[in-house]
Design a protein around this ligand. Structure first.
Ligand code: ADP
Ligand code: ZN
Length: 291
C-alpha cells in the first residue's frame, strides 16, 4: 500500500508517502501560506503518486465530528485565511481515496502508539511544547475527541513563586501555553530557549509548569505513557526535572511502578524523533483504510 501523509503545521506543511510499517519513502515541505496556495502545493505533490489513502494531522482547532456539516474544516484559527476552510473536502474532491483526519497532536499520539515510544500500549498522551502547547490523547485504543478535541495546552496552572511573568496567551494570559511555550520562554527571559545555558533557572521553572499538566493528565486519564515532543523539549535536561516534579506533585498517591520506580521509561521523548508528526499522519492514513 502507498499511504499519503500530511503534517499540517501553522508554520510549515510536510507531505510524505509511506507504508503500513511506518516507513517514509519520500517527503517534501513548504511554508504554510494561505489555504489556496498551500493546498495547490499539497495537491501537486500527491497528484501522480497513486496513494491508497491519505492521513492528515492538522493544526487547529478543527472539526472532527463526522455528523457535522463542517466536518473536515479548520474552524477558528488566527492563521489568516484558514478559518472555515474545508481542508478534507478540498482534498477529497481531487483524490477519491479514504482520508484520515485528526489534530496534529492526536496524530502524533497514534503514530507513537503504532510505531514509537508507546508501541504495544493501548494508551498514551503526547504533548508538544513548541510555538504552542498541545496535547494528543489516545486511550484504550482510541483517539479522544469528545466535544471538540482535547485542548490541554490551555489549562490554568499554579504560578511558580518566583515568576511574575504575565503570560502571552491571547485568550488566557498565564495558561500553560502562555507560560511555557517557546515564545513564552523567549518573552520571559528575553532570549531564545536554545541560547539559555542548561543550568539556567528557566528550565526548573519550565519543568514546574509542564509537570503540573502531566500530573493532572495522569490523575485524569491514567495514560500508560507520557511523550513530550516539540522544539522546547530538545532541551534534554528538562526530562529529569519534569520527572522529579511530577513525582513531587503526586507524592506517592498513584502507586504504579511506572511512576514510583521506572519514571525514566514513563515520561519520555518521542520514539519516532522528529518524524513523530509525519508518521502520525501516516498512521491516520493507514487507519483510514480500515485495516
Ligand atoms: P512548531 O511548534 O511551530 O511546530 P517547534 O516544535 O520546533 O515548532 O517549536 C518552535 C519553538 O520551540 C520556538 O519557540 C523555538 O524557540 C523553540 N525551540 C526550538 N528549538 C529549541 C531548543 N533547542 N531549545 C529551546 N527551545 C527551542
Ligand atoms: Zn491559553
Amino acid at each position: 500500500m502507498r499511504i499519503g501523509a500530511i503534517e499540517a503545521g501553522g508554520t510549515k506543511f510536510v507531505c510524505g508517502i509511506g507504508n503500513e510499517k511506518g516507513e517514509i519513502e519520500e517527503r517534501i515541505h513548504f511554508p504554510t501560506l494561505g489555504p489556496v496556495e498551500t493546498m495547490d502545493n499539497v495537491i501537486a505533490f500527491f497528484r501522480d503518486k497513486r496513494v491508497d489513502s491519505i492521513g492528515i494531522g492538522s493544526f487547529g482547532p478543527i472539526d472532527l465530528d463526522n455528523a457535522s456539516p463542517t466536518y473536515g474544516y479548520v474552524t477558528t484559527t488566527p492563521k489568516p485565511g484558514w478559518t472555515g476552510y474545508n481542508f478534507v473536502g478540498t482534498l477529497q474532491s481531487v483524490f477519491d481515496v479514504p482520508i484520515g483526519w485528526d489534530t496534529d497532536v492526536n496524530a502524533a499520539a497514534l503514530g507513537e502508539a503504532t510505531w514509537g515510544a508507546a508501541h504495544g500500549l493501548d494508551s498514551c498522551v503526547y504533548y508538544t511544547i513548541g510555538t504552542g502547547v498541545g496535547v494528543g490523547v489516545y486511550i484504550e485504543g482510541n483517539l479522544v475527541h469528545g466535544l471538540v478535541h482535547p485542548e490541554g495546552g490551555h489549562i490554568l496552572t499554579r504560578r511558580h513563586p518566583n515568576d511574575d511573568f504575565i503570560g502571552i496567551c491571547p485568550y488566557h494570559g498565564d495558561c500553560l501555553e502562555g507560560m511555557a511555550s517557546g515564545p513564552a520562554l523567549e518573552a520571559r527571559w528575553k532570549a531564545k530557549g536554545h541560547t539559555l545555558p542548561n543550568d539556567h533557572q528557566a528550565w526548573k521553572m519550565e519543568a514546574y509548569y509542564i509537570a503540573q499538566a502531566i500530573s493532572g493528565v495522569i490523575l485524569t486519564l491514567s495514560p500508560k505513557k507520557v511523550i513530550l515532543g516539540g522544539g522546547v523539549m530538545k532541551q534534554a535536561q528538562l526530562f529529569p526535572m519534569i520527572r522529579e516534579a511530577v513525582r513531587t506533585n503526586l507524592n506517592g498517591y498513584v502507586s504504579a511502578a511506572s511512576i514510583t520506580s521506572d519514571i525514566e521509561h514513563y515520561i519520555v521523548p518521542p520514539g519516532l524523533g522528529d518524524n513523530a508528526g509525519l508518521c502520525g499522519a501516516l498512521a491516520l492514513g493507514v487507519r483510514a483504510l480500515g485495516s
